[in-house]
Write a protein that binds this ligand. Structure first.
Ligand code: ADP
Length: 494
């Protein structure tokens, strides 16, 4: 086992504080939360248990900072974000290991995926700071005398103080998906990381301080969802709440925000179908489907957790998918050979194992997996289940673990019906080179992202978000600029 580097070990051991208004301070209550290593179930660090009092302080600091930050030069904001990306790149190995110790994910993936995606996204978003535009119009306004001119245009202004509440599956990446666009648009932000994975947010705050982000523009309050999170979502002093997490919590946050007419974007759960058509390259589809569900231990909102395979290729496809699952190396994330780490918490492990038991009692066949695999820590084996009815819980509900259900279809119309038979609509993938079939399916599938011959094909330049109960609003691309700004119409008679 590789031990954390001494730099990371001493960072874990230190007394952590909240980052509010450019100051590091303990929670007002003095309380702390234990942080666990999911591969060993041991406590590796402690963070402050912030609550409503700390959220009040953070909102006040962010409001004060906003008053000058909103007037800052766009090029200054761009430069600071680029500096933040460089600082993150310099510390990428430390961050990757921290993410692995906190979340459990294999360190090769946290370095290659989480870190690189976070750095790229900050750089991409930095560029938007200087490209926020309005439009000019030529209104008719018959009540304005002919000898007067009408000058009309729109401007985009930062929405204000943002509250960001994020989940534990990609702690750093989800943080920068919110922090970078908010800062680029001229907003100040309070980040409430998930209680299971609060560490990388605190290290990110150290970098923000190091690169010279003005005090109060970026604040971090660690704490529990029902205390710190709820206080932030319902705070009358914030102007926007940006949330990624489960659909039930998203609904709570949406209701709380609506009380104050706080703008919201909600990126929620999914049950994304993987559709394997009769002509598919079976080898590639099985490998892709395995990646779609097992990447990040299946703790991905876009995880390809339902497979619909044409009945003529079902048996061979399932055999190859099971081979892929068995080929994964279940091991603590810091071992470089690990391709599947533990789940994030004991709670999550219990939840996933309960779903597998449910599948058994619903008559499903466990083709491979089904157990913990490793007794210490929160592991669950990669699990492939077939033979379940469309209405069963494992087909309908988000499991958020390395568990996939495989079903068959015969006709494309039936496939569309099955794929859309879900409360969710986040993503979908189609495996085929039959262009007419693919292009018939794409407009019919109710999902915010549709990928062909790939899965999780996310990029900073492509809008991302859900149909139906998978959320409201889009992240990535230029979409956040819309969500982190208000539009003002200006008309002059001169
Ligand atoms: P879970 O941890 O049960 O999987 P989520 O993934 O939805 O729940 O949690 C995502 C984020 O939402 C976390 O940061 C969590 O602290 C926060 N959260 C949980 N409950 C609430 C709540 N009632 N109000 C605001 N935030 C919450």
């Amino acid at each position: 086992m590789t031990q954390p580097s001494s730099v990371i070990q001493s960072w874990l051991d230190k007394r952590h504080n909240l980052f509010i208004g450019g100051q590091w301070r303990p929670a007002a209550s003095g309380q702390t939360l234990d942080v666990y290593n999911p591969a060993t179930a041991e406590v590796i660090s402690r963070v402050p248990a912030g609550d409503a009092t700390d959220i009040d302080a953070a909102v006040a600091a962010a409001r004060e900072a906003f008053n000058s930050w909103r007037r800052s030069r766009p090029s200054q904001r761009e430069k600071l974000l680029l500096d933040l990306a460089d600082a993150l790149e310099d510390r990428a190995d430390d961050f990757a290991l921290l993410e692995t110790l906190d979340n459990g994910k294999p360190v090769t993936f946290s370095r290659q995926m989480d870190m690189n995606l976070a750095i790229d996204f900050i750089r991409y978003t930095a560029g938007w700071a200087t490209k926020i535009e309005g439009r000019s119009m030529t209104p008719s306004m018959p009540f304005v005398p002919d000898d007067k001119q009408i000058v009309a245009y729109t401007r985009r202004e930062p929405v204000g103080v943002v509250g960001a509440i994020i989940p534990w599956n990609f702690p750093l990446l989800m943080a920068v998906w919110k922090v970078a666009p908010a800062l680029a648009a001229g907003c100040s932000i309070i980040l409430k990381p998930a209680e299971d994975t609060p560490l990388s947010a605190l290290l990110l705050a150290e970098l923000a301080e190091q690169v010279g982000l003005p005090a109060g523009t970026f604040n971090v309050v660690t704490g529990l969802g029902h205390t710190a999170g709820a206080a932030l979502a319902g705070h009358p002093g914030i102007n926007k709440v940006a949330f990624t997490g489960s659909t039930p919590v998203g609904k709570l946050i949406g209701h709380a925000a609506m009380e104050n007419m706080t703008r919201t974007t909600l990126e929620l759960g999914g049950k994304s179908p993987v559709m394997v058509l009769a002509d598919a390259d079976i080898e590639a589809a099985a490998a892709g489907a395995a990646q779609a569900i097992f990447f990040n231990q299946g703790q991905v909102c876009t995880a390809g957790s339902r497979i619909y395979v044409h009945e003529t290729i079902h048996d061979i496809f399932v055999a190859k998918l099971a081979d892929q699952a068995r080929g994964l190396t279940l091991a603590p994330g810091w071992e470089t050979t690990s391709t599947l780490g533990p789940l994030v918490s004991a709670k999550q492990q219990r939840r996933v194992l309960d779903y597998i038991d449910q599948a058994r009692s619903d008559g499903g066949t466990i083709i491979t997996g089904g157990g913990k695999g490793i007794e210490t820590g929160y592991f669950v084996e990669p699990t492939v289940i077939s033979g379940l009815a469309q209405g069963s819980r494992c087909v309908q509900e988000e499991i958020f673990g390395p568990v996939v259900v495989v079903q068959t279809f015969r006709e494309l119309d039936e496939l569309v019906e099955l794929a859309n038979d879900s409360p969710y609509g986040l993503a979908a993938s189609i495996w085929s080179n039959d262009l007419s079939a693919v292009n018939r399916l794409v407009p019919e599938i109710e999902a915010g992202s549709v990928w062909v011959n790939g899965h999780n094909l996310l990029d900073a330049s492509m809008p991302f978000g859900g149909f139906k109960q998978s959320g409201i609003g889009r992240e990535l691309s230029d979409c956040p600029i819309e969500h982190y700004t208000e539009q003002k119409s200006v008309v002059m008679i001169v």
